[in-house]
Design a protein around this ligand. Structure first.
Ligand SMILES: O=P(O)(O)OC[C@H]1O[C@](O)(COP(=O)(O)O)[C@@H](O)[C@@H]1O
Ligand SMILES: [Mg+2]
Ligand SMILES: [Mg+2]
Length: 338
């Protein structure tokens, strides 16, 4: 019988490796915490698989804190995450794209030592048309009380993340995560209902063949982005690039991690800060990209060094292989070199 490694086993192994170097035992708290995410995402996966047969398609008729029409599946996914993670007593706060304020728990700093930040359902505009959507999460450690309040702990910069990951609900359901020790992918095996290791130590290719951006916004981009995309299209980086844009960040990112290339959501005249959110979209994917050998910026600085000022703040988001991101930096600083 082929031996399998589930995501829980893998996390525990990673923890044991990590702690062995400090002579301490893995408490299991962390893998128990992440099992809350795998349980919630399996519930969401089950809803999506038969979406057309149950009442989860369409909008609920109210706007969320982002000013977007909330989809029924946004609400279901949010409830699943809040329910499964709220039960974990190591959780001090839950921060969701769908909730204006964090959900906090009256747990002392010893017990409630983690903060979960998440986008329960990413790619909402694609739900009703059966295109890949996902869930994105980021884990921060609560700061000791003498160093900061719970609110300050939530607004820590991205390089303070202790874990990050996403699940793509597509032809198969794939979970990708990092705890700062490489990027690892797991596929949900429907026969046993477990996420099984399928891609260990994933690496983003140094250079790819795809660029991914919503070109409908091109007229509103700063000039550097337009000339950069033109340069890629015209073979300026020694290869002819093709365009791929799904409109679900988690799916466009997953392709970029596997195949390389570049994903961009630049600022526009309408949205000078771009559209995507720093805490639960850009930060977790930037952590994974860097752990996979890629690069992630807001066009000027490293995403993981941005100091958050608000839980729903937006940021321009550029992520991709080393070659594409070096060329982007040149283009945005006005030195477009092939
Ligand atoms: O339609 P646009 O402007 O290209 O925006 C697409 C982007 O918006 C998003 O759908 C925003 O995320 P949510 O669906 O979680 O709100 C991203 O997944 C995607 O990359
Ligand atoms: Mg999203
Ligand atoms: Mg969302």
């Amino acid at each position: 019988m082929a031996m399998i490694t589930t995501v829980q086993q893998h996390i525990l192994q990673q923890q044991q490796e990590l702690l062995k170097s400090t002579g301490r035992e893995a408490s299991g708290t962390f893998s128990w915490l992440l099992s809350g995410i795998t349980l919630a995402t399996k519930m969401i996966e089950a809803k999506i698989r038969s979406a057309g047969l149950s009442d989860v398609l369409g909008a609920v008729g109210v706007e969320n804190v982002q000013g977007e029409q909330q989809q029924k599946l946004d609400v279901y996914a949010n409830q699943a995450m809040l329910h499964c993670l709220g039960l974990r007593d190591s959780v001090a706060a839950l921060v969701s794209e769908e909730d204006e304020e964090p959900v906090t728990f009256n747990r002392d700093a010893e017990t409630g030592k983690y903060i979960l930040v998440f986008d329960p359902l990413d790619g909402s505009s694609n739900i009703d048309v059966n295109v890949n959507v996902g869930t994105i999460f980021s884990v921060l450690r609560r700061m000791p009380a003498e160093l900061g309040t719970l609110e300050e702990s939530i607004l820590q910069p991205g390089f303070r993340q202790v874990a990050a990951g996403y699940v793509v609900y597509g032809p198969s359901t794939v979970l990708v995560y990092t705890t700062g020790n490489g990027v690892h992918g797991f596929t949900l095996d429907p026969k046993i209902g477990a996420f099984v290791l399928s891609n260990e130590r994933m690496q983003m290719p140094e250079q790819g063949i795809y660029y991914s951006v919503n070109e409908a916004n091109a007229a509103g981009w700063p000039e550097g982005y337009r000339s950069y995309v033109t340069m890629l299209r015209e073979g300026g980086l020694g290869k002819t690039y093709s365009s791929r844009y799904i409109g679900s960040l988690v799916a466009d990112f997953h392709r970029t991690l596997l195949k390389g290339g570049v994903f961009l959501y630049p600022p526009t005249e309408k949205q000078s800060k771009g559209k995507l959110r720093l805490l639960y979209e850009a930060n977790p994917l930037a952590f994974i990209a860097e752990q996979g050998g890629g690069v992630a910026t807001n066009g000027a600085e490293r995403i993981l060094e941005i100091r958050p000022t608000g839980i729903h703040q937006r940021t321009p988001f550029c992520v991709g292989g080393r070659r594409e991101m070096e060329a982007l930096q040149s283009a945005l600083t006005g030195v477009l070199t092939a």
